[in-house]
Every structure is written in structure tokens, then in C-alpha cells.
Design a protein around this ligand. Structure first.
Ligand code: FMN
Length: 174
């Protein structure tokens, strides 16, 4: 069986909560939940299938030199990681009402960091269920991963997670 790890950050907010929903949906003991806080990115190489969880909080934070959030720190060592041939699925928390022009941009930022390492980005999601104007996570008519909006549509998170985990397990062997 494929070894699957959910790498998520930051802790204690919506990403953390949704990472736990996803793990629960896979079933007890089926996936490892890893907060990226204080972890080395090379840890990802130990997994056959990888899920990445991130929130979108603006490009300024993301690229800052100061260690603003867990992903900033983790990303610093990313260029040394080899993800050749590995399936990687990304979910991002966002808010489509307050940030309709930047909804879940982090899906795109993440894909752009991971693809050069050899990752095969899977788990694309149809935009039909969302109401947004623009997103860097939206390319060729589809989201590069799963958008989750706990700020304005928390009631939809469970069904979104269920459908996505079903896609990952049935189509991509997670
Ligand atoms: C300062 C700030 C900037 C944000 N910028 C965006 C954004 O550009 N696009 C978006 O979709 N959501 C944006 N959001 C909403 C967050 O992504 C959302 O609240 C998310 O659930 C936070 O997850 P967390 O609690 O795990 O960090 C922003 C939130 C904050 C506080």
C-alpha cells in the first residue's frame, strides 16, 4: 500500500482542522499527519503520495525573508528535495467573498514550487461549486487542487473533502 503523508501548516487554524478532516476521511491509521513546523522538507521523500495543506494569506507573507509562517520556513529547504514521479495533491484554505481576485492563490504558488522538484500535481477540482473572479490556483479551467472556504462556506467543507479524498483514492491510488 502507498505510504501517504499530509504535510500541513500553519497549526491551530482552519488548515489544521481541514487536514484532520482529510485524515479522518482516509480512515484511522491510513495516513500520517505532519505539521511542517520545525520539520525538514526532505521528510517528504519518505512518502509515496503526498498531500500539502496551506492557507492563502497574501504573497507578501509568503515570500518574506522573515520567518513569518511555518511554510516560509519549510520552503527554504525545498529546493533540495527530490519528488520525481511522486503524486502530490494540494488543498488550500481561502475566502472567496473577501478575496475574490486572489481566491486560494496558494494552490498555484505551491504547484510552482513543487513541479520543478519532479512532483506530479494531481487532484484537480472543478470550479463549478465556487464563486470567485480570479485565482493563481486556477489554470486551464480547473483548480490545481482543492479549495476549502471555512470562512464563508464551512458547511460545504465536509462534502468537498469527501469528494476529494474519493478522487485521490480511486483515481490516483492514495
Ligand atoms: C491577512 C490575510 C490575508 C488573506 N489573504 C487571502 C487571499 O489572498 N486569498 C484567499 O483566498 N484567502 C485569503 N485569506 C483568508 C485565509 O486564507 C482563510 O481565513 C484561511 O481559512 C486561514 O487559514 P488558517 O487559519 O489555517 O491560516 C487571508 C486571510 C488573512 C488573515
Amino acid at each position: 500500500m502507498a505510504k501517504t503523508g499530509i504535510f500541513y501548516g500553519p497549526e491551530k487554524g482552519s488548515v489544521d482542522r481541514v487536514a484532520h478532516y482529510i485524515a479522518k476521511e482516509f480512515g484511522e491509521g491510513k495516513v500520517d499527519l505532519i505539521s511542517v513546523n520545525d520539520k525538514e522538507p526532505t521528510l517528504m521523500e519518505q512518502y509515496d503520495k503526498i498531500i500539502i495543506g496551506v492557507s492563502t494569506v497574501g504573497m507578501t507573507n509568503w515570500n518574506s525573508d522573515h520567518l513569518a509562517n511555518d511554510w516560509d520556513m519549510f520552503s527554504k529547504g525545498l529546493s533540495e528535495v527530490n519528488l520525481k514521479g511522486k503524486d502530490v495533491a494540494i488543498f488550500s484554505l481561502g475566502d472567496q467573498v473577501t478575496y475574490p481576485e486572489h481566491f486560494v492563490d496558494a494552490l498555484g504558488w505551491m504547484a510552482d514550487k513543487l513541479e520543478p522538484l519532479g512532483a506530479n500535481i494531481v487532484g484537480h477540482v472543478d470550479p463549478e461549486d465556487y464563486d470567485f473572479d480570479e485565482s493563481e490556483g486556477f489554470r486551464d479551467g480547473i483548480f490545481l487542487g482543492l479549495p476549502v472556504d471555512e470562512d464563508t462556506e464551512p458547511e460545504k467543507s465536509e462534502e468537498r473533502v469527501k469528494a476529494w479524498v474519493n478522487l485521490l483514492t480511486t483515481k490516483f491510488g492514495f
